[in-house]
Every structure is written in C-alpha cells, then in structure tokens.
Design a binder for this molecule. Structure first.
Ligand code: 9YT
Length: 130
C-alpha cells in the first residue's frame, strides 16, 4: 500500500511549479500503478494552452471556477467543483482560471515526475523523475 500526504515534506518534495500552475505528483511511473495522480493548482487568471499528444488525462475540479475551450470545436465548458473532463482524443484545449482552481488529475501513461509543457503544449514521454 502507498500512503502519501499532500500537506507535509512529501508534498513539498513532489511539487512542480510552472507558468500559471503548480502540481503535487502523488503517484508516478515508478509506483507502477499504470497511471499518475496529481493535485494541481491553477493560478487565478491563468490561461493555459495545452495539447497532451502523448498522454490521456482526466481532470476533476475540487475547488475554484474556470472554463475549458475545446480548440477542435470552439466549445467552451464551465469548470466548477464536481465537473470532470477527460481528454480522450488528446484534445487541444485552453484552460482559463477565473479563480484559483484545485484539480485532481490522472495521466496515462504515468508521468515520470518533472514534466512541464513544451512549446507545443505537450509533455515529453520521458522526463526526469522526482
Ligand atoms: C489541468 C492541467 O492539465 N494542468 C496542468 C498541470 C497538470 N495537470 C500536471 O502536470 O499535473
């Protein structure tokens, strides 16, 4: 069994900061679960264009409010607590945070640890571990 606390030294060690967000990566590839699991904070006012070409991601909003724009269709969905989105087609999207948002995120294949977005909005398949 794996038990980890977001609030504590383990959470600090697993935190990755980038432009407009930070994320605590609670489960990673090295844990051999077949997915990674993160608690991500999107900063208020952030506008993030992303395109996970190599990963599938699902995201559940725990707190805060914003929108997600599907760049294939132009459709804009409100994201608030209780709403989940899944990028099942490696969908190009823009996430906009009206307020700070807390999100639970799952990636398949799992992240190694230190991934941040490249200029194409994707994470590389191989990256440095935590
Ligand atoms: C919601 C989203 O994709 N935010 C970017 C960070 C990502 N969730 C991560 O790497 O934890």
């Amino acid at each position: 069994m794996i038990v980890r606390d977001l609030n504590g030294k383990e959470g600090d060690r697993r935190r990755v900061d980038s432009n407009g967000w930070h994320s605590v990566r609670l489960l990673l590839k090295e844990d051999a679960m077949g997915f990674s699991f993160h608690i991500t904070t999107i900063h208020k006012g952030a506008e993030l264009a992303m395109h996970y070409k190599h990963h599938l991601e699902s995201v559940y909003c725990i707190a805060g409010e914003g929108t997600i724009e599907d760049l294939a269709t132009g459709q804009i969905h409100t994201i608030r607590p209780g709403v989940m989105y899944a990028l099942d087609k490696h969908d190009r999207h823009i996430l906009r945070a009206r307020e700070e948002m807390t999100m639970a995120c799952v990636f398949n294949p799992p992240l190694n640890g230190r991934e941040t977005h490249g200029p194409d909005g994707a994470y590389a398949l191989e990256a440095e571990a935590i």
